[in-house]
Design a protein around this ligand. Structure first.
Ligand code: F6P
Length: 348
């Protein structure tokens, strides 16, 4: 039976979103279904804003960054009558199923709607932070790591020329996946992440040790969610705003500058700071992310077809499987010790 399938992208944008939209649409149209883009995440369902998706709309979008249907961090559970409006607009538009593409926030809403209202939704795991459980990798992460690694490579040559310490602040919220992976790939000399916080004193010791060995430049990668930790036991988070968004997140940013100042003061080595920011989320997805996003999109369309709601497409090894949405959002996936050990092997 032909279905009306809604597609929504929520949370921060991420390379590969359009590749998922394309795959979901392509497979659904091939099966005789209709596909409707929900504008700007959950906001589109709260406000009843839709956008038909056909062959023409998805043409040429595979390599394009961002999302053609827009995104916001709207949380219907935080809006007066938000959930009722979502349910009403879904029904009014005649939708039979929804593919929600997002991270812990967007998928958290999806999981709750499924649990509380039997809402016919399937999820696709998106985030450059790679912090979603129940999947090996989220799409968008590979591109962010690629961009950060390239930046580190570029900083290497200028650090070397000027005998400087270069601090690179990368995104990742409360997890250090981007920092660890790009730091290892880029040959960083110290990596600071929230999950395994070494102290500022230890970081300076590693840099000094390296310089004592005859190297006169260093690369330090710090994850935005790393809290400055000191030998005294003091720990301090650096954020831009303490005001939270509708999902309770603070806006991270600024730890690189503070760390850079500390390193310069404590070691006497000239230090510069680079904040990569949203560059990590922009532009074209890597081939790996295009492939992952495409496979996730096809799987999501299959789940819709089979009526397997409350599930999320996930990567296990080399297989695309489906897992419970609730499991994916139960708790964030943190960088395990074994990965930090790989990074540590090259400190100093
Ligand atoms: O979750 C993705 C992410 O890019 C985080 O790494 C970062 O902290 C946050 O989003 C930035 O959000 P915004 O785009 O709202 O500034």
């Amino acid at each position: 039976m032909a279905k009306n399938v809604g597609v929504l992208t929520g949370g921060g944008d991420c390379p590969g979103l359009n590749a998922v939209i394309r795959a979901v649409t392509r497979r659904s149209l091939d099966r005789g279904h209709e596909v409707v883009g929900v504008r700007e995440g959950w906001r589109g369902l709260v406000e009843g804003r839709f956008h038909e998706l056909g062959q023409r709309e998805i043409s040429g979008i595979l390599p394009r960054g961002g999302t053609i249907i827009g995104t916001t961090r709207t949380n219907p559970y935080k809006l007066d009558g938000g959930v009722e409006r979502v349910l009403r607009n879904f029904e009014r538009r005649g939708l039979d199923a929804l593919v929600a593409i997002g991270g812990e926030d967007t998928l958290g809403v999806a999981a709750r709607l499924f649990e509380e209202h039997d809402f016919p939704v399937v999820g696709v795991p998106k985030t450059i932070d790679n912090d979603l459980s129940a999947t090996d990798y989220t799409f968008g992460f590979d591109t962010a790591v690629f961009i950060a690694t390239e930046a580190i490579d570029r900083l290497h040559t200028t650090a070397e020329s000027h005998n400087r310490v270069m601090v690179v602040e990368v995104m990742g919220r409360n997890t250090g996946w981007i920092a660890v992976m790009s730091g290892i790939a880029g040959g960083a000399d110290v990596i600071l992440i929230p999950e395994h916080p070494i102290t500022v004193e230890e970081a300076c010791k590693e840099i000094r040790r390296r310089h004592d060995r005859g190297k006169d430049f260093s690369i330090v990668v710090v994850s935005e969610g790393y809290e400055l930790a000191y030998a005294s036991g003091e720990q301090r988070a650096v954020t831009q705003e303490t005001v939270t968004d509708q999902f309770g997140h603070v806006r991270w940013g600024g730890v690189g500058a503070e760390l850079g100042r500390e390193i310069e003061e404590r070691t006497g080595y000239e230090t510069r700071v680079t904040v990569l920011g949203h560059v990590q989320r922009g532009g074209s997805p890597t081939p790996r992310d295009r492939l992952l996003a495409t496979r996730y999109g096809l799987k999501a369309a299959d789940l819709v077809d089979e009526g397997k709601f409350g599930r999320m497409a996930a990567l296990r090894g080399d297989d695309i499987v489906d897992v419970a949405l609730a499991d994916a959002v139960a708790e964030p996936k943190r960088v395990p010790q074994r990965w930090y050990d790989v990074a540590r092997a090259f400190f100093g």
